[in-house]
Design a binder for this molecule. Structure first.
Ligand SMILES: Nc1nc2c(ncn2[C@@H]2O[C@H](COP(=O)(O)OP(=O)(O)OP(=O)(O)O)[C@@H](O)[C@H]2O)c(=O)[nH]1
Ligand SMILES: [Mg+2]
Length: 406
């Protein structure tokens, strides 16, 4: 059973459908949903009294054993609902956390998920006093007269600090790698977008590499980076990252800070959207919000509609009219990828400048060796030097000049 409250029927329906998808990802069968039109949820029971009774009847009728609330609910609401309905109650954040927990494979991913869960749990311990006293001791380090709740809170806090330290270390490693990357001047493109937009499929298609793809939500939790050679010979890095979702719980944003922040260091962002999704525009807005939240909203962005193979002409025409700068691709059928690569090339090139250098003949080899970082536009051989016009970003150009000019 999924329940929700809100004012706008259209919005609720859309969000409920998404929650259904989230549940299915967890292999939870959704038998029914119920929603209530009201400005704000009831502070103690989420749904109003009448609706709650109706929900209880429905649960008995369908023999449901789980209620999922499409919102983040308070400990009190959760406790009251559980007691009244006599079934397990999960909220939106818990469902997303559970998906993340099942999909995390790397050490970092697992630590981040644990961190997010604990951040969620901590302020919720209060409502759990009774359950805890039923659990009894068992934690073992309770000081004299220290209430069990306090012990648990202390344990969670300690674990959070421990996780923070570990994640800091990983973050540090990342920063080192990033520094090396920045020093090597390899341009970096991040593919971002709503979960299930096809980000991993696009990365795979662009780089012809093996990337995990699945028709489930949040299939990718850890960023994957691959090298790609553009047609002008330049090498770039392309990453795919954790998908966005509306109402992305802040405990997740905070725990996945390092992962999400990688996006901030890209030179170009490819914002991928599923053109066949009727809610594509809401998802676009939700993703833009996340980009803003992580401070990545000023990076040059290319809007790309994916899955055009699933769309009728008419729909593509409408989208094209509305978003004249957007590109249209099918990552699965590998359509439109050339145009996308050209566009990436162009956007990267905007940051570059060109200059004509006077290079002694014996040093020209050094310029050729840097071909994956710069573009040679023309060469004019004179007696003992070459006039060569190259295009690169300012720093590479400085570095080249230092090396090859007298
Ligand atoms: N028809 C069609 N399906 C596509 C296309 N691109 C991706 N898909 C399918 O969409 C589903 C999701 O693809 P992924 O690449 O895993 O999506 P993602 O954005 O990485 O998703 P998360 O990692 O879960 O956020 C898969 O079933 C893909 O096969 C496309 O161009 N056309
Ligand atoms: Mg993915």
């Amino acid at each position: 059973m999924i329940v929700a409250v809100g004012r706008d029927e259209e919005k609720i329906r859309e969000s409920l459908e998404e929650m259904k998808g989230l549940c299915e990802t967890l292999r939870v069968d959704v038998v029914e949903w119920l929603w209530q039109k009201r400005t704000k949820p009831d502070p103690t029971t989420y749904l109003g009294k009448g609706k709650l009774e109706k929900l209880k009847e429905m649960i008995e009728f369908c023999e449901a054993d789980l209620v999922v609330v499409d919102d983040e609910i308070s400990p009190v609401q959760s406790k009251n609902m559980r007691e009244f309905l006599d079934v397990e109650v999960l909220d939106r954040t818990q469902v997303i956390l559970e998906i993340f927990a099942r999909h995390a494979t790397s050490e970092e991913g697992k630590l981040q998920v644990e961190m997010a869960s604990l951040l969620y749990e901590l302020p919720r311990l209060v409502g759990k006093g009774e359950e805890l006293s039923r659990l009894g001791g068992g934690i073992g380090t309770r000081g004299p007269g220290e209430p069990l709740l306090e012990v648990l809170r202390r344990h969670i806090k300690n674990r959070i600090s421990q996780l923070k330290r570990k994640l800091k270390e990983i973050e540090h490693e990342r920063a080192v790698q990033r520094k090396q990357r920045l020093e090597k001047k390899i341009p970096h493109v991040s593919i971002v977008g709503y979960t299930n937009a096809g980000k991993s499929t696009l990365l795979k298609a662009l780089t012809e590499s093996d990337v995990y793809i699945a028709d489930k939500l949040f299939a990718t939790l850890e960023p994957v980076t691959r090298r790609l050679k553009l047609r002008n010979g330049r090498v770039i890095l392309v990453s795919d990252t954790v998908g966005f979702i509306r109402k992305l719980p802040h405990t997740i944003v905070s725990a996945f800070k390092a992962t999400l922040e990688e996006i901030k260091f890209s030179d170009v962002i490819v914002h991928l959207l599923d053109a066949s999704d009727p809610y594509v525009e809401e998802k676009k807005t939700a993703s833009e919000k996340v980009l803003e939240e992580i401070g990545a909203d000023r990076i040059p962005r290319i809007l790309v509609f994916n899955k055009i193979d699933l769309c009728p002409e008419e729909r593509l025409r409408v989208l094209n009219q509305k978003y004249p700068d957007a590109l249209f691709v099918s990552a699965l059928k590998r359509e439109g990828l050339e145009t996308l690569l050209e566009k990436i090339e162009k956007v990267l090139a905007r940051k570059e400048i060109q200059e004509t250098l006077k290079v002694p003949v014996e040093k020209i080899g050094q310029i050729y060796a840097l071909r994956d970082k710069l573009e040679i536009l023309s060469e004019d051989y004179k007696d003992d030097y070459v006039l060569i016009t190259v295009k690169a970003d300012r720093k590479t150009l400085e570095m080249v000049k230092g090396k090859v000019t007298d």
